[in-house]
Design a protein around this ligand. Structure first.
Ligand code: SF4
Length: 350
């Protein structure tokens, strides 16, 4: 029989698995806490579980997390992990330092089918969807590492901005969210999880109904024509329809969308583009997160000039928008936005 990976279960699934073997439901809660609260992989350490239960677990369900194949530590404190999944597929996840804490950038697919022209992950194509357990396990792996190396710096925020388009893998992303937010486990609040999507028709409704994370839109162009050039697949959803869907999104009072806008030198960073962006977003409750492009080898784009970035930001602010300019972090280790990609094919490797 194929061993069961307990890290792939949501809490109700773990409870069903435990009770189906004749154990009391509270055993599932104890086990869940060991797995997702303490990140424990050693069954012998789970001393409040009965010995025969632990023996059964050892036989049926060896505890395995993705393994760390490489760690790159940037001079600015960013840490990028290359993880091996059980079938040899590889993904990357990044810890981004922010004052005394980390934000973790999570992957949701091995590769990505969207093919955005500025994105290294998009150039890989899609290899496969990640499972909910694999997605959530990225946090446990990073947390276990950080507990040893940087115990004073907790992981407090999660962003789905790594490899993949999360809303194309929604069923598994939803499972991951239910694991990440479970109060007896990692216990992230929905305010601390952001799902960044380039906008897939019919999926914002799923995100709103689940109510387990905040939405962000990877916009990157203020007009349909330019978006079609930069993000040809995402642009199949007309910008006007996308904006209408965002306006219908049931945000709570005082909540706003985050609009991600990657500034590409000489492409989308002029004052005219900024004015188009102001017009496009004028009826939306949102804040704008500007990101400066990091060139990847062979890319057709360049970084924006600092003076153009400042002028763009200034114009938005003068029109009343809240703007954050994301400082590029981890650029020296290819961990910045649009740089996550695995250099070699991953399937079939041990
Ligand atoms: Fe996929 Fe996001 Fe890259 Fe576009 S930017 S190809 S959606 S990972």
């Amino acid at each position: 029989m194929e061993p069961t990976n307990l890290f792939h279960f949501t809490f109700p699934e773990l409870e069903a698995w435990v009770t189906a073997r004749g154990h009391a439901p509270f055993r599932a809660r104890q086990l869940w806490r060991w797995l997702w609260h303490r990140g424990e992989l050693d069954l012998a350490a789970m001393t409040d579980l009965a010995k025969d239960f632990r023996a059964e677990l050892a036989e049926l369900a060896p505890l395995r997390l993705p393994t760390i194949a490489h760690i790159h530590w940037s001079q600015d404190g960013t840490v990028k992990f290359l993880l091996h999944l059980a079938d040899g597929a590889q993904v990357e996840t990044v810890l981004i330092p922010d004052e005394e804490r980390f934000t973790q950038c999570l992957s949701s697919q091995v590769g990505c089918p969207m093919g955005c022209t500025f994105c290294a992950t998009g150039a890989m194509g899609l290899w496969r969807n990640m499972t909910g357990g694999e997605i959530a396990a990225q946090v446990l792996v990073a947390r276990r590492w950080a507990a040893t190396h940087l115990p004073e710096r907790p992981i407090t925020n999660l962003v789905f901005m790594g490899m993949g388009e999360p809303m194309l893998n929604w069923p598994q992303v939803h499972r991951a969210l239910s694991i990440l937010t479970h109060p007896d486990g990692l216990n992230f609040s929905r305010r601390r999880i952001t799902i960044s999507t380039c906008g897939i028709p019919g999926t914002l409704e799923h995100l709103a109904a689940a109510d387990l994370a905040l939405p962000a839109l990877s916009l990157h162009a203020p007009t349909q024509e330019l978006r079609a050039l930069l993000m040809p697949k995402a642009a199949r959803w007309e910008l006007s329809a996308l904006m209408e869907a965002l306006r219908r999104y049931p945000l709570r009072p005082r909540e706003r969308f985050t609009i991600e806008y990657l500034l590409l030198g000489g492409v989308n960073d002029s004052p005219a583009h900024a004015r188009d962006l102001v017009r496009l977003l004028s009826h939306l409750k949102c804040k704008v997160n500007l990101i400066t492009y990091n060139p990847v080898p062979g890319a057709a784009y360049a970084s924006p000039r600092p003076e153009d970035v400042l002028a763009f930001e200034d114009l938005l602010r003068r029109k009343g928008f809240t703007v954050t300019l994301r400082k590029s972090k981890g650029q020296d280790i290819a961990a910045a936005c649009g740089q996550l990609a695995i250099g070699e094919p991953c399937h079939g490797q041990a």
